[in-house]
Design a protein. Sequence first.
Lengths: 381, 131
Amino acid sequence: MSDVCIIGVGIHPFGRTDGVEGIDQGVFAVREALRDAGVEWPDIQFAYGSSDAAGNPDTMVERLGLTGVQFINVRNGCAAGGSALFSAQMAIKSGDFDLGIAVGFDKHPRGAFDAKPAEYGLPDWYGEAGYMVTTQFFAMKIMRYMELHGISRDSLGRVAEKAFRNGAHAPHAWRREPIDLETILQAPMISDPYSKYMFCSPAEGGVALILASERKARELGCKPIRLKAATMRTRPPGSFEVFAPSIDIERGGTATALASAAAFEAAGIGPDEIDIAQLQDTEAGAEIMHMAENGFCADGEQEAWLAEGATAIDGRLPVNTDGGCIACGEPIGASGLRQVYENVIQLRGDAGARQVPGDPKTAYSHVYGAPGVSAVTILER
Amino acid sequence: MRAIAEGLFTQDVPPRLIGGRNRHTGRIVFPCPENGDFEPHPLSSEGSLWSYTIQRFRPKSPPYEGPENFSPWALGYVALPGETIVEARLVNVAFEDLAIGMPLRFTLAALDDQAEQPRAIPAFEPVETAA
């Protein structure tokens, strides 16, 4: 079967943009992506749009042009962007379409995500007792992982330090000041073992990707990036997810491991053949756990990898080259697409001061989040 | 002290947590879901600490109904052998003494001990080795 190609990318800077609606950040990204691909809005045959908290993506046709285009909205928790991209590549794979778009944007209020017990099928007392707090879950997950696999708190700090260092070189990042390890480790604690610099924050931003069939990409004369795999999976039994009054004694797998295995199988390559990885880093420990869950190393090896700088821009496997969620923030609808945007820029060799050396040819992206969903992509130049 | 909600604790002295046992699969969860697949199942009172953290800032109200005057508290998941792993407050223990694997015993804690009518939430405390 012919490959699905990414022929254009666009981004609205992440962070806080007062006075600009989420959907307008999405429109901005679409226009950038169209320009990048050298196509016009009326050429676009279909769109999948994701937003969790900033309105219906399809309403952006008012700004972009009432061409009658097929436009489908995707809401899928933290995998929304990945699901939009998955759907878009399926449309092209079906043979019915040659040119389409996946767009994601969001705009969340400041502070931690505001979750209500009833939305998660939980009793009111659970919230009254103070447990509707996502940071508790992240902290308890890494606390156990550190104990089982010998990961130190310094390693958590190193992940955050790298994120801010990389973010400083990414024009679309939110946090663009490097922060030294000592400051990160000594900062006020949010939920032990995490200090305030070890978490990402809800944010704003928009990303658009133009997808084309191989035939269309050739016709347009583009130098395409090939989408070798795009997968999305939900949780298996015995996984550990946010807002759980109890978890099973019999521990199980994860949505990430399922999505990752399916992606490697679809792409026909293994983790050791990946040159760059963008891994969900809602908090510093997530990046560490996801290195193993996605098959890049064994549980516990992250300690040595981080001490050696193996995941730095010039390391063996650069991870979160634009600073990830820690430096960019997490607008849910756009976050997974930002990772793919960054991978395209890296594979084109256009990443400037954060460019991964050695002419990278393959790039991996991974999203994970509530309610136990994960989406993975593998790109190849 | 009245319970924060009905159906969480048994009437025993001392009380026990009430989980739910799936009638078909035997899977045990907490709290007991209000549907026909689960029947109430009193949980064992002793277990070990599976993981923990310290809540360092006051959670948002609503929904949090703890004291206005916030001081950090410990919470964790406690593994009850052969049953389930429950989330609960950790009390009568210094933060620095918390350790994964430590033996714990079920107890009740006041969500807000300054309240006129304090409400009880599930909690665990260290098992005194000397006792």
